[in-house]
Design a protein around this ligand. Sequence first.
Ligand code: MSP
Length: 518
Amino acid sequence: MDKRYYLTTAIDYVNGAPHIGHAYEKILSDVIVRHYRQRLDDVYFLTGVDEHGIKIQKTAAEKGMTPQQMCDENSSKFKQAWKALDVDYDQFIRTTDKYHTEVVQRIFDKLLKQGDIYKNSYEGLYCPGCESFLNPKDLTEDGLCPIHHKKPELVSEENYFFKLSKYKDSLIKYIKENPSFIVPQFRANEVLNQLENLDDFSVSRAKESVEWGIPVLGDEDQVIYVWIDALSNYITALGWDVDKSSEKFDKYWSEVHHVIGKDILKFHCIYWGAILMALGLPLPKQLLVHGFININQEKMSKTLGNVIAPVDILNAWNLEKPDAFRYYMACAASSGKDGNYSDEDFKEKVNADLANSTGNLLNRTLSMLVKYFNGEIKSEFVVNSDLYKTALGKVQIVKNHFDNYEISEAGAEIMDLVNITNKYVTDNAPWTLAKEDKMTECGQVLVTVLNVMTVVCSLLYPFCPNIALDMASQLSFDLNTKLDDLNCNNIKPGKFIEKESIHPVFLRLDSELADKKK
Ligand code: MSP
């Protein structure tokens, strides 16, 4: 395993407030980052917003604002949302940041001077939703964009183009020779098919049609168009500049993992791959591609009026902490596939997994320890157990799932460990042992469960950081323990817990207790 990990998310367009799809990606990314922080000392997490383009220019005009005003307003909504969801990034880049725009201009200039960019007049079908020209072959039967279901605009103007044709063969070779470049792998075939039919792509727009972009150096009538601007954020954020690297870039670039949605794989694999080749830089280590989140099994869209803001979900359920929503989202789809959000399903899953299976298990075990032993661990309670092998085996399984970008699968394995432990409690019935006055055996069962719960809380931490912290504090367990140092030897003899400090780590949604808190 490499020592460092650099994770980036897609940068979101700020023509509106963040929705549950944006939140899905950021939560997934934060869960991955928190997991690797439990394994490595050096993890860097970049996210941010994409602030240029026609969509943003138009929306701002409709609202009677300048694009910059709207970007300022909406960017802070994204930051607030990530704070509410405990998305703990190291850096938040805005593509209007000066350090970014200046390097983008120099990148463009370099590519132009070395002949990778050329000027040409062009007539094509432009989809503002995609911020990209579409190939007539890709339109629906009604001539609409297959993603945004809108008629593309016929655009005829002078643009700069990137010579994709020059890099096509090298890209195909790279994708074929590096099977772990695109995860999940089934997405790689899609890209290879697309590569067969791709032409050089436009990297600028005439200023008269789009004003809100980074101007081309020395050609005031053109602005650099979204993809060179947006994609470069991954290197400008690290302080990389044309002909001048940076300490951060040298440290992290070889370990970069781009988390992106399936709709922007083409841009990341093909456009970004070719731009990096042209800049003489190594291609990203991995593209981790996720599917889309639907709402009640329907595509989320403004037209259907079913766009949900993540913060509204927290408010609707009166959740002070985002853990339940994070857990649900991170487990909402198996690797790379689409997932779904529905209120009913959300309530059912988090009540079952977090309140009943996990929370109750800890709560009743600690309560029995107080009831039967006044909260004291006697030295004869600390013995070895087969369950420890199972628990530490799960740590390996969960690590492997993360390495394969199988986050919901990792979540399911943690819940499996919880269920196995619940079964262990039922099978060994410590309450019967106590009734039969087999107190040493009873104490051994309880301590075994508590030791396993230290492993559970560590594995659960990336998904539910606040619940895990609460569990760890009731277990007197140090949550900073690295995953490779986990053992089942944390519950030590002596006075362990006071009755007053035992409390549920998660209240059932719609329960009386949760209602009382409202
Ligand atoms: N600005 C570009 C990305 C540039 S990256 C250098 C963009 N922005 S976006 O706001 O449209 O989308 C941002 C991310 O959110 C993308 O990865 C996209 O796939 C993801 N999602 C948008 N809607 C989504 C769902 N409904 N579900 C899951 N993720 C989705 O594209």
